[in-house]
Every structure is written in structure tokens, then in C-alpha cells.
Design a protein around this ligand. Structure first.
Ligand code: GTP
Ligand code: SPV
Ligand code: MN
Length: 595
């Protein structure tokens, strides 16, 4: 068997060099066949990398446990490596390419001894589409291979593309010793290269996802005039059969997956609404020849948050993950099925927790804190085609036309349920000043409010000041730019209870957004933007007190003036690089709030 079966010289040379560096015992090229996948699954079961779940109840499903300090993206170990520090900007960790390669090389050296190196040719976006990007990931993790086979189009068809000599992103990954002190996630946008070492967790190691499709792609998008965004894409079919598509950016674990496949609440279903899921995490958006913005989801699967997923909050996901799904860090039940906090049914009387220890409900640790059965950032990897609401346009190269862009965060105070920005430039300002409370999706202090522009703070592969400039520029290039909105599902009462029921009820807000796009409904002009008249959001069947809706739509000037101070501090970090247009928007907002 040929160890390097390709005529693409660049590819063969690179794989050879990395093979020599990592010194695996063996090399296997992933062809995407069922036989090869089955063989890998069997090896994982034999070696304990996967646990077979109850095949009657969960056919094709497996459980995987990561090491306890490897359960979320490690942003402090994630770097953008550009020759000039300025090009990474003040919000990214930076290392010079030379220093980064040198440091990581010492971790990669011989790291695959005793293991097999897998070569995964993958395409982000439909294979062969002019809008897609090809990557090749080298990894010593079978778990990574099996996940990449769900999340991307991987295998022989992509290798055929590579035979034509097309360029590709060089993605190198090794679990090495899974040592957090020898963990690095490095991006080299100038070399179209990603090196990740010392982790086995999703966003750190499925290199097609955040690393290629956001960090590297955002940098490509800037040069090629398109946008790579941390956004869901969904279609809302109106009663007349017309489908409007929206793209929405919420920070990690703030509701993209849930919104992307929400089932309409009874009242709106009766009206004839229906939802189509295009993507739940990443959108690549281009201006088409018609002058409007079109979006594709480059992925083929969901890597979704498990806790909170149940048939009430997300019935479409519950249906999707019944088969061919890899569960990571959830609780194993005695009957070989799985559970997590907020899952359907009763809390199991016993189980094995995400760290592999016996678990019972009500357990507390030495500090008296509850012990979770599933890690708060436990996830499942599952094919999008199994989702009952999956769009029929998944393979269409041009994707779908976007009518509205929605930004949102997790804010207990301040941001109203929904508002519309005055125009593209104001919308970019609202995106650039987004903030959200920290979730379990990244290592760090939970609940702390941090600014997360366009939900891209951890994912922008270049200087965010230039990124804002690129957004402003994209608006000028379009002759029919989408309207930009902001939503907040997470406003709370003093007691800490959510004011808004959220989940499927969010469609009521989307209905208003779509109606605004089609000039079908008026709005109240406020200093921060257009806010709905309370009566214009369909509340049929909700039983929410009128006062609650008023609270949800309230604008507190004092609070906003306070917020401006935090925005100012954030903008200051960009020094002279911050686009003037954003300073103008800042002044204009200040003026409106004071008048
Ligand atoms: P990533 O995959 O990390 O990018 O996250 P995501 O944005 O796709 O988040 P996801 O939809 O998985 O939601 C994360 C958490 O938010 C889950 O615990 C949900 O239960 C919760 N959530 C989602 N939608 C809502 C909502 O409308 N209201 C409230 N209160 N919680 C929500
Ligand atoms: C996120 O954290 O935004 C995710 C999960 O979607 S990960 O792929 O780990 O980044
Ligand atoms: Mn995400």
C-alpha cells in the first residue's frame, strides 16, 4: 500500500514532512467509505476510546469521554501567528510564526509513535463548489476522524479535487500526551496552516470547524470580499409559502442550535409557519451577482450542547440524535443509553458520570457543590441530514439569500427582547459592541460579562478593527443589504427568573423581524433603535402578563449610558485602528441617549 497515494506534489510533500516530524507507526488515508468507518469504530471500541451504547435504542451511537481538563475550547492557548503582531490585533493571543512553529514542533516531535496517522481530506461546503474550501487534517485521534466524517464532507471525492492541484489548508493535530501544559492551538493565516497539539476536545481538534471555517476563513474572506461568521442560518416559511432566510450570531452556548431548528409554537403553526434549518454554528456569506447577501453552511453536522436538550426545548434535535451520533462527556445509564441535566424523562437513579465515576442524583462534592452527571459543555456530534427540519438546499452551491442578520447575547439586564438597527453602519456598531455572559463553552469564569463582537471574539483570525472595517465595507458593496437586528432571550427579573420563555416562543420575535423586513409592521423609534409596539408581537396562547412584555421592551437610559463607558474602554483597545464610522455611531448614540 502506497503511504502517500496522491499526485498533488504539495500535498505529498507536506504529508511526508509531517509524517517524519510526528513519527507514527502507520499512515491511513480516509476514503469516507462505510467499511473504513466501521473498522475505525471497532478499533475505538476495542481500545476504549468509544463505548458502545444500546444499539436497539440508539443505533450507530457511541459515547466518548475526554480527559477532565480537556472539556472546552482553551482560548488562552489559542494563537493567531502572523508576522506582524498588529495583524492579530488586541483581542487575539499572538506569537510570531517562527516562535510558534519552533515551540509546537517540540511537542509534535515523535508524538505519534506507537499510533497511526490518519489523513483526512475534507471540504467545507459542497465538494467542487467554487465557494468551498478544502482542508487536509492529519491526526492521531480516531475520535477526531469519526467526528470529522460527521461534521464535514470527507474522503475520496475531496482527494479527487486535490488531484486537480487545488490549494488546501494544512491542518496538523496530535493528542500527544493530552497535557494541558503542552497544549497549543495555532493558526498561521499567512501559510494557510493550523497546528493543534495536546487536546482531544471538539473545537480544539475538529480543525475544519472553528480553526478553518472561522479563524482561517475570516482572514481569507477579508482578502476575497466575503464573510465567515459564527452564525446559524435558518429559513422561516411564511403562511403564503415564501421562505425568508436569516443568519444569527450568538456567542457560544447562547442558543444558535436551539433557534436554528425551533418548532413553531401552536398559534404560529396554525397560521402556517414552518422552519427550515440550514446551519447551527457557521455561515459563509457572499455578495451574489444580484447584489444581495447569500449564505452557506460549510458543515454537514451539529456539534451541539447536550444539557437542556429535551423534547420540549428542542424536539427536532431529540429526533436527530437518536442514531449515528457520538456523545461526548454525558452520563451513561445502566441500560446503555445516555442522560444529561435537562434531558427527557426522570432523573436516573444511578449511572456513570462524564468522568467515568459512579453517580447518583443529589451527589455533592467536597465543597458542597452539586456533582453533574454530564459536563455542562457535554455535546453530541450528529449528521444534519437526520434533522427533521433540515433544508432541501444543503447542497446548493449558492446557499440561501439572507433577509436579516440578528445579533444577540446573554444579558440579564439592558438589552431589550428585540430591536432593529437604523441602517447597516449602525448595525455593524451594534454587532461590534455585543456583550454576553460567559458560558461553559470556553474555559473561564462563568457569568462574567465580556464584549464579544459579532460572537466572533474567540474566532476572528485577524485584527478585529480591520474586521469591523471589512463589515462596513461589505455593506457598501451590497445594493440590497440585510436589515440588522439585536435580540436578548435572557433578560431576567430581580429574582433571576427569565422574563421571556424563549425556545420555540422565539419565533414570535422572528415573525416581527420578518414583518419589518417586508415593511408590514411599524415600530417605535428609541435612542438605541426601532423597538416593537407591544401589541405587534403575537402573544396568542402565551399567557404572559402585559407588564412583562413592557419590561422586556424597556429601554433604561441610565443603564445604557453606563454601558457606553464599557464600550468606550473596549474600543480604546483598538487605538487608531478603530474605523471612524464606529466612533461616529458611538457619538450619535450618546447624543440620542442624552437628548
Ligand atoms: P455553540 O454550539 O457553543 O456555538 O452554542 P449555541 O449558540 O448553538 O447554543 P445552544 O443552542 O446549544 O444553547 C445553549 C444553551 O442555551 C442551552 O443550555 C439551551 O438550553 C439554552 N437556550 C437556548 N435557547 C434559549 C432560550 O431561548 N432561552 C433560554 N433561557 N435559554 C436558551
Ligand atoms: C462553540 O464553542 O462555539 C462551539 C463548540 O460551537 S466548539 O466546536 O468546541 O467550538
Ligand atoms: Mn459555536
Amino acid at each position: 500500500m502506497d503511504k502517500f497515494p496522491t499526485h498533488n506534489k504539495k500535498l505529498a510533500d507536506w504529508v511526508k514532512r509531517m509524517y517524519r516530524l510526528c513519527q507514527p507507526d502507520d499512515i491511513v488515508w480516509i476514503d469516507g467509505s462505510e467499511d473504513q468507518k466501521k473498522k475505525l469504530q471497532d478499533e475505538c471500541l476495542a481500545q476504549g476510546e468509544l463505548i458502545l451504547l444500546n444499539q436497539q435504542k440508539l443505533p450507530g451511537c457511541f459515547l466518548h469521554r475526554t480527559s477532565p481538563d480537556d472539556v472546552a475550547r482553551t482560548e488562552h492557548l489559542t494563537y493567531i501567528c502572523t508576522r506582524k503582531k498588529r495583524d492579530a490585533g488586541p483581542t487575539n493571543n499572538w506569537m510570531s510564526p517562527q516562535a510558534a512553529y519552533r515551540k509546537a514542533r517540540s511537542f509534535f516531535k515523535g508524538a505519534m509513535k506507537g499510533r497511526t496517522m490518519y489523513v483526512i481530506p475534507f471540504s467545507m461546503g459542497p465538494v467542487g463548489s467554487p465557494f468551498s474550501k478544502i482542508g487536509v487534517e492529519l491526526t492521531d485521534s480516531k475520535y477526531v476522524v469519526l467526528n470529522m466524517l460527521i461534521m464535514t464532507r470527507a474522503g475520496a471525492a475531496v482527494l479527487d479535487q486535490l488531484e486537480k492541484g487545488v490549494d488546501f489548508t494544512r491542518c496538523l493535530h496530535s493528542k500527544a500526551e493530552l497535557d494541558i501544559n503542552k497544549r497549543l492551538i495555532l493558526h498561521f493565516p499567512e501559510d494557510n496552516t493550523i497546528w493543534s497539539v495536546g487536546s482531544g476536545y471538539g473545537g480544539n481538534v475538529l480543525l475544519g470547524k472553528k480553526c478553518l471555517s472561522l479563524r482561517i476563513a475570516s482572514s481569507m474572506g477579508r482578502k476575497e470580499n466575503w464573510l465567515a461568521e459564527h452564525m446559524l442560518i435558518m429559513g422561516i416559511e411564511e403562511p403564503n409559502g415564501h421562505i425568508e432566510y436569516i443568519a444569527a450570531a450568538f456567542p457560544s452556548a447562547c442558543g444558535k442550535t436551539n433557534l436554528a431548528m425551533l418548532p413553531p409554537p401552536e398559534g404560529l403553526k396554525r397560521k402556517g409557519y414552518r422552519i427550515w434549518t440550514v446551519g447551527d454554528d457557521i455561515a459563509w456569506m457572499r455578495i451574489d451577482s444580484d447584489g444581495s447577501l447569500w449564505a452557506v453552511n460549510p458543515e454537514t453536522g451539529f456539534f451541539g450542547v447536550a444539557p437542556g436538550t429535551n423534547s420540549h426545548s428542542n424536539p427536532n434535535m431529540v429526533e436527530t440524535i437518536k442514531k449515528n451520533t457520538i456523545y461526548t462527556n454525558v452520563l451513561l445509564k445502566p441500560d446503555g443509553t445516555v442522560w444529561w441535566e435537562g434531558a427527557d424523562g426522570d432523573v436516573p437513579a444511578s449511572g456513570i458520570d462524564w468522568m467515568g465515576r459512579p453517580w447518583k442524583p443529589g451527589m455533592r462534592d467536597a465543597q458542597g457543590k452539586p456533582v453533574f452527571g454530564a459536563h455542562p459543555n457535554s455535546r453530541f456530534t450528529t449528521p444534519i441530514t437526520q434533522c427533521p427540519s433540515a433544508t432541501f438546499r444543503l447542497e446548493q452551491h449558492h446557499g440561501v439569500p439572507i433577509s436579516a442578520i440578528v445579533f444577540g447575547g446573554r444579558r440579564q439586564h439592558l438589552a431589550p427582547l428585540v430591536y432593529e438597527t437604523f441602517n447597516w453602519q449602525h448595525g455593524v456598531f451594534v454587532g461590534a459592541t455585543m456583550a454576553s455572559e460567559r458560558t461553559a463553552a470556553q474555559v473561564g469564569a462563568l457569568g462574567e460579562v465580556r464584549r464579544d463582537p459579532m460572537a466572533m471574539l474567540p474566532f476572528c483570525g485577524y485584527n478585529m478593527a480591520d474586521y469591523f472595517g471589512h463589515w462596513l465595507d461589505m455593506g457598501k458593496r451590497m445594493n440590497k443589504a440585510p436589515k440588522i437586528f439585536h435580540v436578548n432571550w435572557f433578560k431576567t427579573e430581580a429574582s433571576g427568573k427569565f422574563l421571556w420563555p424563549g425556545y420555540r416562543e422565539n419565533l414570535r420575535v422572528l415573525e416581527w423581524i420578518i414583518d419589518r423586513c417586508n415593511n408590514k409592521v411599524g415600530a417605535r423609534q428609541t435612542p438605541i433603535g426601532y423597538v416593537p409596539y407591544p401589541g405587534d408581537i403575537d402573544m396568542t396562547g402565551l399567557g404572559l402578563p402585559e407588564r412583562t412584555m413592557e419590561k422586556l421592551l424597556e429601554i433604561d437610559r441610565e443603564e445604557w449610558l453606563e454601558e457606553l463607558k464599557s464600550i468606550k474602554r473596549f474600543f480604546k483597545r483598538f487605538k487608531k485602528d478603530l474605523p471612524v464610522a464606529l466612533e461616529q455611531e458611538y457619538s450619535a448614540l450618546t447624543g440620542r441617549l442624552r437628548s
